[in-house]
Design a protein around this ligand. Structure first.
Ligand code: DMJ
Length: 463
C-alpha cells in the first residue's frame, strides 16, 4: 500500500481509496474490479472532459454533419436518408454543462445552418423524441436561443399525428413531411416516454395540445395494465390488445416507469403520482427477485405474476437511479450493488445476463449509460463515496476497453472485448454527462430544479 500526497491510499490491488471524508465508503461493499487508478474527483472530472473532447473531435473529423461516428472505419452513419444531426443535438447540453463554450458554439452553428425537419422521411417517433426533441428543448433552456425552441415546435408539430390512433397510444413511425403514420404494434416505452418533452413544450409555448396528447397516451397504456398492476412487452395501439405479456423493467418498458415518476416531479400532476405509486408497488411485489441474497428485477407474466425468466441487463441498470429518485434508497442501493456485480463479471457490462447463474446471455456493451446514471443518483442522495468509486471502475474500464484512436467503440462481446464500429449519440448525451456529474461538486448542478429526460437532457421547471 502506498500513500500519495493528496490524501489517497493506494491498495495493492491497484485501487485507490480516498481517506478522511471518504472513510464512509469503507462501510459499503468495495468495487471488486481492479482499477488502475482512482484520482481525486476534480482530476477524474477533467479526465472525463478530455475523453468527451476526444469523442467529439473524432465526430468532427470523420462524421461532421451526420448522425453518428463510426469510430473504427473513421466514417459516419445516418439513420435515415438524410441526417438529423443526432450527435450534435444530443451532445450540445453536455457541452454547456461541461463549460465547453467553443464546442457548443460550433455545434450550434451546425444545427442552425443545417437542421431542418421538412423531409419526406419516415422516422421512429420514440428515438427522435428522446434524442432530438428532448435535446432541442434542453438546449433552449440552457442556452436561451429561441431558434432551438422554434425547431422543437416544428418537430413536435410534424410528429403529433402519431397520437391519432383509436386508443390515443402512439404509432411507432411518422413521415416528417406527410404526417403518415405506421407501426401499430409497439411497446410501453414507445408509448409512455413523451410527457417530459411534449409536456415541457406545452409549458414553454402555452399550447396545451402537446401535454394532452402525451398524457392521453400514457393513461391509455396505464389503463390497460393487468389486475396485478403490470404492463406487458407488446401491445396493439389500434385495439389495445396485449400481444406479448412478458413484464420487466428492461428495454421496451423501462422509460414508461421512468416518465410516470418524473412527470409527477416535473409537472406536479397528481394523476402521474397515482400511476407511479401503483406501478412501483406492483413492480416491487411481482417483478423484484431475490437471488443468493441480492436484489434483481427479472421477468414475469403480467397476469399471473409467474416468473418467466431470471435475466437482467445493461438497460435495466437505470432502475436503481429511478428507485433513488422515488425515495426508495434501500432497494436502490441493493440493486446498484447487483448491477456492479454484473459489470465486474467480465470487467465491463454485458447487455443481458442470467442473474441466477451469473452468466452472460447476450454479450455486447453498447457504451450505455444506465449504471452510471444510477451511481450519480445514489451519490446525490447518499453522499456515499462508494458510488464515485464504482463510477471510477466504470470510467477506467470504458477507457481501457472502448477507447480507440478516433473516438469510442462499442464492444461486440464483453467476454472477448472485440470492438465494433459504432458510437451512439447517447454516449455524448448520457454516458459522458452522467460521469461528469457524478464527479462534480455536489450542488453545482441543481438536481432539484431539473428533471432529466431518458436521454439525459435536463428539463428545467421554469413555470
Ligand atoms: C438511450 O437512448 C435512452 O437512455 C433510452 O431510454 C434507452 N437506451 C439508450 C441508452 O442506453
Amino acid at each position: 500500500m502506498r500513500r500519495s500526497g493528496s490524501g489517497i491510499i493506494v491498495l495493492s490491488a491497484g485501487a485507490i481509496i480516498f481517506f478522511g471524508c471518504f472513510l464512509k465508503s469503507l462501510s459499503g461493499p468495495l468495487p471488486e474490479a481492479k482499477v488502475s487508478e482512482v484520482d481525486e474527483p476534480a482530476v477524474t472530472r477533467d479526465r472525463i472532459k478530455e475523453e468527451f473532447l476526444h469523442a467529439w473531435n473524432s465526430y468532427k473529423r470523420y462524421a461532421w454533419g451526420h448522425d453518428a461516428l463510426k469510430p473504427l472505419s473513421e466514417t459516419h452513419l445516418d439513420w435515415y436518408d438524410e441526417s438529423l444531426l443526432m450527435t450534435p443535438v444530443d451532445a450540445f447540453d453536455t457541452m454547456k454543462i461541461m463549460g465547453l463554450e467553443e464546442e457548443a458554439e460550433e455545434a450550434k452553428d451546425l444545427i442552425f445552418s443545417r437542421l431542418s425537419f421538412d423531409k419526406d422521411m419516415k422516422v421512429q417517433h420514440f428515438e427522435v423524441s428522446i434524442r432530438i426533441l428532448g435535446g432541442l428543448i434542453s438546449s433552449y433552456q440552457l442556452d436561451g436561443d429561441n431558434r432551438f425552441l422554434d425547431l422543437a415546435v416544428d418537430l413536435a408539430d410534424r410528429m403529433l399525428p402519431v397520437f391519432d390512433s383509436p386508443t390515443g397510444m402512439p404509432y411507432r413511425f411518422v413521415n416528417l413531411k406527410t404526417g403518415k403514420t405506421s407501426g401499430r404494434i409497439t411497446n410501453p416505452a414507445e408509448i409512455g416516454t413523451y410527457m417530459l418533452e411534449y409536456g415541457t413544450l406545452s409549458k414553454l409555448t402555452g399550447k396545451d395540445i402537446y401535454y394532452e396528447k402525451a398524457k392521453r397516451a400514457t393513461v391509455g397504456l396505464y389503463e390497460r395494465k393487468s389486475d396485478l398492476g403490470l404492463v406487458g412487452s407488446l401491445i396493439d395501439v389500434n385495439t389495445g390488445i396485449w400481444i406479448i405479456k412478458d413484464s420487466h423493467v428492461g428495454g421496451g418498458i423501462d422509460s414508461y416507469y421512468e416518465y410516470l415518476l418524473k412527470s409527477w416531479l416535473l409537472f406536479e400532476d397528481q394523476d402521474f403520482k397515482n400511476m407511479w405509486e401503483n406501478s412501483i408497488r406492483a413492480v416491487n411485489s411481482h417483478v423484484a427477485d431475490e437471488s443468493t441474497g441480492d436484489l434483481w428485477y427479472g421477468h414475469v407474466n403480467m397476469n399471473s405474476g409467474r416468473r418467466t425468466s431470471t435475466v437482467f441487463g445493461a438497460l435495466y441498470a437505470f432502475f436503481p437511479g429511478l428507485l433513488a429518485l422515488g425515495g426508495d434508497l434501500e432497494r436502490a442501493a441493493r440493486l446498484e450493488d447487483s448491477c456492479h456485480k454484473m459489470w465486474t463479471l467480465h470487467g465491463i457490462e454485458p447487455e443481458i445476463i442470467n442473474y441466477r447463474k451469473m452468466r452472460v446471455i447476450y454479450g455486447p456493451y453498447q457504451l450505455r449509460p444506465e449504471i452510471i446514471e444510477s451511481a450519480y443518483y445514489l451519490y446525490h442522495y447518499t453522499s456515499d463515496e462508494k458510488y464515485r468509486m464504482m463510477g471510477s471502475v466504470y470510467f477506467n474500464s470504458l477507457v481501457k476497453y472502448c477507447r480507440v484512436d478516433s473516438g469510442y467503440a462499442a464492444l461486440g462481446d464483453v467476454r472477448t472485448k472485440k470492438k465494433i464500429d459504432g458510437m451512439e449519440s447517447y454516449f455524448l448525451a448520457e454516458t459522458m454527462k452522467y460521469f461528469y456529474l457524478l464527479f462534480s461538486p455536489p450542488g453545482e448542478f441543481n438536481l432539484e430544479k431539473a428533471i432529466f429526460n431518458t436521454e439525459a437532457h435536463p428539463m428545467f421547471k421554469t413555470w
